[in-house]
Write a protein that binds this ligand. Structure first.
Ligand code: ATP
Ligand code: MG
Length: 305
């Protein structure tokens, strides 16, 4: 399965959430690869704590591959190469966890027919080798998104299961932006159908994911006054109503990742060392990651919206 991670705004939690989903899926025995298609800012290496590729790779990354400058993109084995001991402790039952970084200093580039064809080869090879491939597409209407949509519209990709996760924070502006990315002018649906996608089939692949959501009843808000808590409830209700109206409500949304104190301060993988040993990250955050990965299997049916 190919999972495209996208968002309209930057800083939504798209990369941190996707890297944690990849890690959890691999921990649970699936063979997983993470393709950093955020061509303008390929920093997924930082999240996995792989210093050599923290801002992309100098050894022929995804940019170089797509532009025909190398035969295959550079791969990093996260289990071996992470600087974090807690990540290097790979359980026997875990699957592969591979990162393909972008190129250091690389930037956005348009998808000419060669790029699209190489990208199609890459996606098909990924599908043959891995259970799950995450493609981090950067924020907004990027060239990477256009290329991905173009490739997925090719007949050769038809049998491949694909999902689109649209990440957004739990605020009015983020909800509107996420809706615009899906339904607006030059959004996923308009662009996709103009490239030959069937509208309903494409819609069925798309779900929203709320990130860094603050629960108004959380114990961590104990210091707030009663009027402040009441106001948070009002905001939360208003957001639920708005999300429902925009198709990002109960059926359109497939995940809700709680606000986590560790992720607030650092872009990283949450391991047992964080939740059970040091007890700095919340178990509920990891449970939300696991819950979402369970929905990323071909067997889990995403009913029509
Ligand atoms: N559940 C969470 N709770 C608290 N903070 C979070 C959570 N998820 C992500 N963050 C933090 O939000 C910030 C933005 O996250 P991230 O870099 O993943 O977003 P992004 O959408 O990939 O951004 P960009 O568009 O810049 O690539 C980071 O500092 C990250 O650690
Ligand atoms: Mg990112």
């Amino acid at each position: 399965m190919l999972v495209f991670a996208t968002s309209d705004k930057g800083g939504t939690g798209r990369s941190v959430t996707s890297c944690n989903l990849a890690y959890q899926a691999a921990l649970h025995g699936r063979n997983v690869c993470y393709l950093d298609f955020d061509f303008g800012s390929p920093t997924a290496g930082t999240i996995f704590n792989i210093d050599d590729v923290s801002q992309g790779t100098p050894h022929g990354g995804l940019h170089a591959y797509l532009r025909g400058l190398c035969e295959a993109p550079h791969r990093v084995n996260v289990w071996l190469d992470s600087e974090r001991e807690a990540i290097r402790r790979r359980p026997d039952e875990a699957g592969e966890l591979v990162l393909c970084p972008g190129d250091v200093g690389g930037g956005e580039f348009e998808g000419d027919p060669q790029v699209v064809s190489r990208c199609a080869d890459l996606f098909l090879a990924q599908e043959a080798e891995f259970d799950l491939t995450f493609v981090d597409l950067s924020a907004g209407r990027s060239y990477a998104t256009q290329i991905a949509l173009q490739v997925l519209a090719m007949p050769a990709l038809e049998p491949v299961a694909a999902r689109w996760l649209v990440f957004h924070r739990w605020t009015r502006q983020h909800l509107l932006a996420a809706d615009g990315l899906v339904n607006g002018e030059r959004g996923l649906i308009k662009t996709g159908t103009s490239l030959g996608h069937d509208e309903q089939r494409l819609r069925d692949m798309i779900r929203f994911v709320r990130t860094a959501v603050v629960d108004p009843d959380s114990r961590s808000l104990a210091g707030l006054t009663a009027p402040q808590v009441a106001w948070l409830h009002e905001c939360n209700d208003e957001l639920h109503e708005m999300a429902g109206r925009l198709g990002a409500g109960r059926t359109g949304s497939i995940g809700r990742i709680p606000h986590d104190p560790v992720l607030q301060w650092r872009e990283q993988i949450l391991t047992n060392a964080d939740t059970r040993t040091r007890k700095t990250a919340n178990l509920a955050t990891v449970r939300a990651f696991v819950d979402l990965t369970e929905k990323l299997t071909p067997e889990y049916s995403w009913v029509s919206l």
